[in-house]
Design a protein around this ligand. Structure first.
Ligand SMILES: Cc1ncc(COP(=O)(O)O)c(C=O)c1O
Length: 392
């Protein structure tokens, strides 16, 4: 075959081939911590990486390797590393670039634990971060310092769905020789491929859309062969954030339907966002697919669809948000996202309860904000559920 394979074919086939020993079509779960060598010389050669082979699952595992090859193919990267969780991927990817004395410029609107990593963990190793509160490239430029070694952002971001122009940030970063990392969790490679736009490395919480079924934790980093090899040798082996072979297999299986699930998630979300935007009990809707969203045109340029995460503000502030939470019957009151089931959270009373209200508001998390991860149920049932929860 000379033509490059399309995304759907890669999602099904990339990284996997029948087991040569048994003919098993599905990738086996190599639930083994260690691997045997035929003799001392072979063992030494595998440890020295002169011979391709496996020795110990923290250093590599065949099931995990299959997942990594699939992830690299889907994101269009040279190489990938699967990790124990999204945060293992985020922290490892950052540690691959940042050392004592370095500075990072990061978008302020990012996942809470990532924010904490920059804000609380980097200073412990003598590095620092500046957070950019506006999604414009000019704001990123202003925050740069001579010792800035990394630019980091999410697009769309969690939970306020801020959209950042990937190509514009890449132009800025390249002009200063600074690497860039994008957390592509909310879009997944089915909707957005930042490496094709020049981003240096992509991270994921594979726990979300990649897995897709809410049954396995995992993370992923995709980038150049050299960078991934450095992360494997210098970070993952020593910090130990490896994924279990069983979770790698669940995520591998989940990815085979990513190209079918994402359009279903997205079309449901679009209908729900339009419904919420016209609802009398709703004050504001954040969804990049709505024409009034400040990042709508950028999202249109860099994503093939607008995703399935929505946040909105119900009337009544903090109590209004809680009333929606209490009122839903089909949406599950649960953290996480990217599940086939629709999920709902109220950040002010849960994930962001420790953040002072004025700081929360500065990043767009008002007291009444509710976040939806729209699943793949029948959209009319989801709309009816929200409508009855919003009757106040
Ligand atoms: C955008 C984003 N990045 C990273 C993470 C962390 O992923 P995990 O929970 O798999 O560690 C999350 C978790 O919600 C997330 O939403």
């Amino acid at each position: 075959m000379t033509k490059e394979l399309e995304f759907a074919t890669l999602a099904v086939h990339a990284g996997e081939s029948p087991c040569p020993a048994t003919g098993a079509l599905d990738t086996p779960i190599y639930q083994s911590t260690t691997f045997v060598s035929a003799n001392a010389d072979e063992m030494a050669a595998v440890y020295g990486e002169e011979k391709i082979g496996f020795m110990y699952t923290r250093y590599g595992n065949p099931t995990t390797r299959a997942l990594e090859a699939k992830l690299a193919a889907l994101e269009g990267g040279e190489s990938a590393l699967a990790t124990a969780s999204g945060m293992a991927a985020v922290s490892s990817a950052i540690l691959g670039y940042v050392k004592s004395g370095d500075h990072v410029v990061a978008a302020q609107s990012i996942y809470g634990a990532t924010y904490n990593f920059f804000n609380k963990k980097l200073p412990r190793m003598g590095a620092s971060a500046t957070f950019v509160s506006s999604p414009n490239v000019e704001a990123f430029e202003k925050a740069l310092r001579p010792n800035t070694r990394l630019i980091y952002f999410e697009t769309p971001s969690n939970p306020v769905l801020e959209v950042i122009d990937i190509a514009a940030v890449v132009r800025l970063a390249r002009s200063r020789g600074i690497p860039t990392i994008v957390d592509n969790t909310f879009a997944s490679p089915a909707l957005q491929r930042p490496l094709e736009l020049g981003i240096t490395a992509v991270v994921h919480s594979a726990t979300k859309y990649l897995c897709g079924h809410g049954d396995a934790m995992g993370g992923a980093i995709i980038g150049s062969r050299e960078y991934i090899s450095l992360l494997l040798h210098e970070i993952i082996r020593d910090f130990g954030g490896v994924i279990s072979p069983f979770n790698a297999w669940l995520i591998l299986r989940g990815i085979r339907t990513l190209h079918l699930r994402m359009p279903a998630h997205c079309s449901n979300a679009h209908r729900i966002a339009e419904f919420l935007a016209g609802h009398p009990t709703v004050e504001r809707v954040n969804y990049p697919g709505l024409a009034h969203h400040p990042g709508h045109l950028i999202a249109k340029k860099q994503m093939s669809a607008f995703g399935a995460m929505i946040s909105f503000e119900a009337k009544g502030g903090y109590e209004g948000g809680k009333r929606v939470m209490d009122g839903v019957k089909l949406f599950a009151r649960a953290a996480s996202l990217g599940d086939t089931r629709s999920l709902i959270v109220h950040p002010a009373s849960t994930s962001h309860r420790a953040v002072p209200p004025e700081d929360r508001r500065a990043i767009g998390i008002s007291d009444g904000l509710v976040r939806l991860s729209v699943g793949i149920e029948a959209v009319d049932d989801l709309i009816a559920d929200l409508d009855q929860a919003l009757q106040f």
